[in-house]
Design a protein around this ligand. Structure first.
Ligand code: FAD
Ligand code: MLT
Ligand code: ZN
Length: 509
């Protein structure tokens, strides 16, 4: 009710049309006007401004890709996208917006899955797409300094000839930006090996809401000089400032990488398998990823990777993808073959079969079966995506119980929910619970929430293991954070952004 009453008083921002559970910003904010756009055109190149309010207005559909999120669930109504080319330009934009109380949504590759990168109403969108240069790379230390708008894949390609890799990798690598990765503290497929961005990011350059530039773009491995402010921006989802530069430690490229998909007769074997795999592969284990049968079938149905043979998948309730990365191919292959032999020769084998990649193309294809689940799900229908941390032992129970819960509400049928599936990063304790429906319907959302959040809280888990809070989960934050934590978060927000212009309606209500 409080949000509704605030809304009535806040006429400045028109009502959003998209589906969202986000509350409204608690300060009075102004929409972008023709005068604002005229001001921006004094220091931005014409091709850095896309606006229906400029003297050369864009067609409204030019704004569509910026106003709508990747899964088609969240929709904004921004009239203006600015694409600055320098940190100084970002600074001038934010100073103006702060002085004139104009809300700003920083946008990277717009691949976020919680509605954080699109406006709740008609906020100004600040796209980092034109800030895409590598600033420096030291092949000895492996430290890379890059503009925040560099696409993750392009950075991977940049460091590859120097025998380095990016410490973060995810299915959206062809579109997401390093600044977006840092802003969401993205996890992904390499976290098991290289840890989170809280460890690998060495420094940041951030433009604060009032336009001041916080230069913490250090390339030091060690720096113990009091509060580590950069950590606050990692995972802040654009609510504290705009990240314009990132200094990151890139690990040496492994000399050899292999992968294998293991087909399991029952989910009960996943944990004993994880224990065995860790013990046998030890330092060369680099990923241990899980997909249940529904996720596998959807990936295959939508052409993600090459399907395993019918024989290999017969009787499989779920699959695990194991990757090794090490220093010597023969050594790693021997270890992997020994593992497979051990698994298959056991009295009560934990797996039915294992399919080992035999070529770089097969390596990619096996990964596609896992990485491609997200895309397959989005092709199948409208996805309710829950990204939770719960004990490994309860992954299957959570997926099965959610399905049964929807069935008990009469929602599991062709016209409503089509699939309930689970996949994720076993090594990180992170389950992706997806519910695929024909459309986003209030009755489905009401059945899922707070049900899922209560399940997570009962396990003392996290309502967001890696995708963040965005606009989707602001109301659910108390399921994972204590009242004191939320109070301190609000105070931190107040210190950095007293006028509340940065990404309103995201992370905090
Ligand atoms: P955007 O989506 O543009 O923005 C995300 C948030 O960060 C928004 O709140 C935005 O305001 C803020 N932001 C963006 N850039 C900046 C900046 N420069 N300064 C301040 N704030 C900024 N996520 C994972 O964690 N692990 C995965 O394995 C994973 N796999 C994915 C696979 C697919 C196919 C897709 C579509 C998404 C996946 N994601 C995953 C989610 C998403 O890709 C990540 O969250 C990614 O890090 C977002 O980067 P982006 O540049 O697209 O950011
Ligand atoms: C993944 O692990 O594939 C990503 O986090 C994306 C998703 O959850 O679909
Ligand atoms: Zn993930």
């Amino acid at each position: 009710m409080l949000a509704a009453r605030l809304w009535a008083r806040q006429r400045a921002l028109p009502r959003r049309v998209g589906f969202s559970t986000a509350a409204l910003p608690h300060t009075s904010l102004n929409p972008v006007t023709e005068q604002d756009v005229a001001h921006f055109s004094k220091f931005l190149a014409p091709n850095s401004i896309i606006s229906t309010l400029s003297p050369n207005p864009c067609a409204p559909d030019e704004l569509e890709t910026y106003n709508n999120d990747w899964i088609g669930r969240f929709h904004g109504q921004s009239t203006t996208v600015l694409k600055p080319k320098t940190t100084q330009e970002v600074s001038e934009i934010l100073k103006w917006c702060n002085d004139h109380r104009i809300a700003v949504v920083p946008q990277g590759g717009n691949t976020g899955l919680v509605g954080g990168s699109v406006p709740v109403n008609n906020e100004l969108i600040l796209s980092l797409a034109n800030m895409n240069k590598v600033r420096s790379f030291d092949p000895i230390s492996g430290i890379l300094v890059a503009d925040a708008g560099c696409i993750l894949q392009s950075l991977t390609d940049y460091v590859a000839p120097h025998n380095h890799i990016m410490p973060v990798d995810l299915g959206a690598k062809g579109s997401c930006q390093i600044g977006g990765n840092v802003a969401t503290n993205a996890g992904g497929l390499r976290l098991l090996r290289y840890g989170s961005l809280h460890g690998t990011v060495l420094g940041l350059e951030v433009v604060l809401p009032d336009g001041r530039i916080l230069d913490q773009l250090t390339t030091l491995r060690k720096d113990n000089t009091g509060y580590d402010l950069k950590q606050l921006f990692i995972g802040a989802e654009g609510t504290l400032g705009v990240i314009t530069g990132v200094s990151i430690l890139t690990p040496p490229a492994p000399q050899a990488s292999n992968n294998v998909i293991l087909a399991l007769p029952t989910f009960d074997n996943v944990l004993p398998l994880y224990q065995t795999v860790k013990r046998q592969l030890s330092e060369i284990l680099s990923a241990f990823e899980f997909i249940d049968r529904t996720a596998y079938d959807l990936a295959v149905k939508h052409g993600q990777g090459r399907a395993l043979s019918e024989e290999d998948t017969k009787g499989a309730e779920c699959f695990v993808l194991v990757e090794t990365s090490g220093g010597r191919r023969e050594h790693d292959e021997e270890k992997l073959n020994d593992l497979l032999e051990l698994l298959l020769s056991a009295d009560k084998p934990l797996i039915n079969t294992g399919v080992l990649s035999q070529s770089p193309a097969q390596f990619i294809s096996l990964w596609a079966l896992r990485e491609g689940v997200t895309e397959a799900v989005s092709k199948e229908g409208k996805a309710y995506k829950y990204d939770i941390s719960v004990p490994l032992s309860s992954f299957k129970e959570v997926v099965d119980n959610t399905r049964e819960h929807l069935r008990s509400k009469g929602l599991l049928h062709d016209k409503a929910v089509k699939y309930v599936l689970g996949y994720g990063h076993v090594g990180d304790g992170n389950l992706h619970l997806n519910i695929v429906a024909d459309a986003y319907l209030p009755e489905i959302e009401n059945a899922l929430e707070p049900y899922i959040y209560e399940v997570v809280a009962a396990h003392r888990g996290s309502i967001s293991a890696e995708h963040g809070i965005g606009a989707m989960k602001t109301h659910a934050l108390p399921y994972s954070k204590s009242a004191i934590s939320i109070e301190l978060m609000k105070k931190i927000k107040q210190v950095f952004d007293p006028r509340g212009i940065m990404n309103p309606g995201k992370v905090l209500e």
